[in-house]
Write a protein that binds this ligand. Sequence first.
Ligand code: ZN
Length: 277
Amino acid sequence: MQRSLLAVYAHPDDEAFSAGGAIAHYAAQGVRVYLVCATRGEVGEISDSSLATPDTLGQVREDELRCAAETIGVSELIFLDYRDSGMAGTTENQDPRAFINAPDEEVAQKLVAIIRRLQPMVIATFEPNGGYGHPDHIAVHRRTVQAFHAAADPGYRPELGAPWQTSRLFYSAIPRSFFIEMRQQMEELGIDTREFDSFGDSALRWPDEKIHVILDVSSTVEDKWQALNCHRTQFGPDNLFRRLPDERVKLLMSREYFALAWPEPQPGQKLEGLFPG
Ligand SMILES: [Zn+2]
């Protein structure tokens, strides 16, 4: 059976930070990788004003994602065409086109149609808090989980395609130990790490014991790095990950972390990779 992976994230660059190495790693093995992106990141940062304006950012970030997707070997890139909802508490949250304001059922139907058409063996999305609590990350998590189960339910909207049970559902998650290690390395070099405090508990709370796959992506970390660099408006000189020397960051980024969500993991269970067998 052809191995295939469907990754579902919220904004251009989520895929590279969360699973860029894994996508490239599996694509290099002949796995078909599909990427769904809910928005074009229209209200993200602009690292350099010569790259985009608030009006052009969505188009620029679409192009950046196409660059990244090609670099890491994505076979098909699908936009859900919602608008970036912005950080929690911003006026962008109120925009009727914002991803968070789309009805759950509408998004579920789009995702179920995609899952039933592509028939992936594995699906990956954010963990419930989406890394650091961005409203779109949380929403894409919730809706992907909903669609994962609905796609397999023969009673759910048969007009969207034949039911499809994906074998495994994973959450990409950054474990507590990663942040501790990164901060330690920065402090050793005398780099300002106060930004870590602003993450609060949310970014730091995914427990290491709830990580089931630690994937060694050192063989594709250069592709991941190149993909991150496609996201020029986001991965600018001020980015936290730019503060360490590149070689150090690449070492940190050579491991990617996934929590098995379905089937329900056994206590202490560890897996070799995302695919069964
Ligand atoms: Zn994001």
